[in-house]
Design a protein. Structure first.
Length: 132
């Protein structure tokens, strides 16, 4: 369970992270405040990755290679950083240090949400007209 997982991850990060500062959060209480203050967040996917982008943080998404992933964000490798092991995690962290950040967020949001990004009111009216 989570009670054993979080201490194990903290121990691993203490051993391997060097001088990188990090926080581990598994409750939503102040999560958005921490994301807003972060350069990047390590996630397994879900809507929190989109929320992180809106809040200005770069999502680093862990995708386990041997397992099937239905995460649609993996189709936008220029909008998020995708990692699957030590080497790709090191590359992602180096990209953050070089400010070589993903630039394809607008396409991702346009594909996923259509006109809601550029004109939310018109998009909402269009959706209502289509379902009416």
């Amino acid at each position: 369970g989570i009670a054993g997982f979080v201490p194990a991850v903290k121990m691993l990060l203490r051993q391997k992270a060097g001088n990188i500062s990090y926080e581990i959060h598994y409750e939503l209480a102040e999560l958005y405040d921490y994301i807003t203050a972060s350069n990047a967040v390590l996630l397994t996917g879900g809507s929190i990755a989109l929320e992180a982008m809106v809040l200005g943080a770069i999502p680093i998404i862990y995708s386990c290679v041997p397992q099937f992933s239905h995460n649609p964000l993996l189709e936008y490798p220029e909008a998020v950083l995708v990692v699957n092991g030590k080497r790709s995690m090191k590359q992602a962290l180096e990209k953050l240090n070089r400010s070589d950040l993903p630039q394809e967020r607008e396409r991702l949001f346009a594909d996923m949400f259509g006109g809601i990004v550029s004109n939310p009111d018109a998009y909402a009216l269009q959706v209502l007209q289509e379902v009416a």
